[in-house]
Write a protein that binds this ligand. Sequence first.
Ligand SMILES: N[C@@H](CCC(=O)N[C@@H](CS)C(=O)NCC(=O)O)C(=O)O
Length: 204
Amino acid sequence: MLTLYYAPGACSLAAHIVLEESGERYTPRVVDFSKTEQRSEAYLKLNPLGRVPVLGLDNGQPLAENTAILPYLGKRFGLWPADPLMEAKALSLIGFFATSVHPAYAHFSRPERYAADPAVFPVLKQRGLETFHGCLKQIDGMLADRTWFLDTYSVIDPYAFVFYTWGIRRELPVRELKNYIAFKDRMLERAAVRRIVEAENTPT
Ligand SMILES: N[C@@H](CCC(=O)N[C@@H](CS)C(=O)NCC(=O)O)C(=O)O
């Protein structure tokens, strides 16, 4: 059975939604950030970077990184494109989310990753939030005239949903992003999404 190590509201929300929608039994394990459990000796054995998500595989091995976990789950549960060009598009989106959108936000939420001197944190946070907001606008543009990011619902959609919830949490003017809002509403029409949003107490 698969195990998901996650923290409520974190980027692990995407894999959590995919697992919940899969219909397969899985074990959800909370990693309590308020107790810095992500840096405990036991957790660092699963992911030496001390981050969620980690997927505990059927053979007991841990798999880290959304860029690996989401395609793996997508292929397992039929939420990943078979067509090579569409797969390239999926990888392009996952790459954009993982290496541009998420790090922009991390400059705001974890400035200590990027500088040792706390005096520069306010500048990093401010710039990170601005860049993140710009990414949300870019995502909004990608969703114009589209239902999902690919031709059908895929693991890309819950990943994009995560960033919407972060925009809400940081009180960015995401209500102006009409395509993103309509997408969020479509996500919330899915029963599994609603269950996980409630379980993780995620703002929408
Ligand atoms: N590149 C990783 C990033 C994972 C990541 O940064 N996770 C955050 C939560 S969204 C985390 O675990 N932060 C805990 C910490 O920095 O202590 C991925 O996409 O899986």
